[in-house]
Design a protein around this ligand. Structure first.
Ligand SMILES: Cc1cc2nc3c(=O)[nH]c(=O)nc-3n(C[C@H](O)[C@H](O)[C@H](O)COP(=O)(O)O)c2cc1C
Length: 168
């Protein structure tokens, strides 16, 4: 199995996206990094947030892992704001921290989404796929999850097992 990390971009550190991420983490032994626990400010043209937690985290990721699983809830048909801020900040790695940016090349990207609906609208994964293309990362796949009550349905467990086995 590859060396991977799950980046959790939920507004809840122990919410539904966390629950399915934890299931995946147990299957893969990939650790979860909770972006909510980090101090990561929005992209700034003058890089005023350059001393926050983004760059140390990004350096750790590019140095240690081959595959990044972006785990995001579906908020208003799109990735969460927390996850989008993280993606926006990757621009720091293109504009000033170029050495770190270059190390993204060749890494793999996968996406776990979690919504209340068992279906996603068309195009949900497009920003991930195109960002991977732009960064010369390899987009390897995605899995959509939902909960029923507090539980992970068997269908979702099956999809996560397949995802872990075939992609990660
Ligand atoms: C602000 C907000 C917007 C949401 N928009 C959607 C949506 O567009 N589609 C959907 O299926 N679920 C939507 N949901 C439901 C969440 O995606 C779902 O409950 C998810 O499992 C929550 O994960 P979390 O506990 O990690 O936040 C939304 C929830 C919130 C809080």
């Amino acid at each position: 199995m590859k060396k991977g990390i799950i980046l959790l971009g939920s507004s809840s550190s122990n919410g539904e996206t966390f629950k399915v991420s934890k299931y995946l983490s147990e299957k893969t032994n990939y650790q979860i990094i909770d972006l909510k626990s980090k101090n990561i400010g929005p992209f700034d043209y003058e890089f005023k947030n350059g001393n926050d937690d983004f760059l140390p985290l990004m350096k750790e990721i590019v140095d240690k892992y081959d595959i990044i699983v972006f785990a995001t809830p579906v908020y208003w048909y799109a990735m969460s704001g927390t996850m989008k801020i993280f993606f926006d900040r990757i621009s720091d790695c293109i504009k000033i921290e170029k050495e770190t940016g270059r190390k993204l090349k060749g890494k793999q990207m996968a996406v776990l989404s979690c919504g209340s609906d068992d279906e996603l609208k068309n195009g949900f994964y497009m920003p991930f796929i195109e960002s991977a293309n732009y960064l010369k990362m390899k987009y390897v796949g995605n899995v959509h999850c939902w909960l029923e009550g507090e539980e992970i349905p068997e269908e979702v467990k099956h999809n996560l097992n397949q995802f872990a086995q075939d992609i990660l």
